[in-house]
Structure formats: C-alpha cells, structure tokens
Design a binder for this molecule. Sequence first.
Ligand SMILES: [Zn+2]
Length: 72
Amino acid sequence: MIRCNMCDVEMFTTSIDSVHPGYLPVMLVNREKGLFATEYKSELLCYVCPECGHIELYAKDPKKLRGKMIGK
Ligand SMILES: [Zn+2]
C-alpha cells in the first residue's frame, strides 16, 4: 500500500495506456552502450492519489530492467 506524500491517503493503481489507438503505451527501456547492446524493458505501474491527483510511477519489474549492470 502506498500513501500520498502530501495528503496521507491511500493511492490506487491504474494502468497506463496510449492516448491514440495504435500508439504503444509508455514503457521503460534501459539500453546498454556498445556494439551488442541489449535493451532491458519493464512496464510501468502507476499509483494515483484520489485527493490531489499526484501520481507515482514504478517499474513493474525493476530487477529485469536493471539488466546485468553491476555496482550502479
Ligand atoms: Zn494527494
């Protein structure tokens, strides 16, 4: 459970969708540099405050998004 920093009420989750049909929803991409670059991707999880509308975004799968980078 996540609470709004400003209102101290419980935030609810929503999914993120595209504004126009045919456009892809927003996603996080972590691109490595180099010749054989790999892309690590994760969908977003969005929490919304019912009082003020403040939103917080989280990566659904942060470990996968991080990839094989070490120490950063
Ligand atoms: Zn709020």
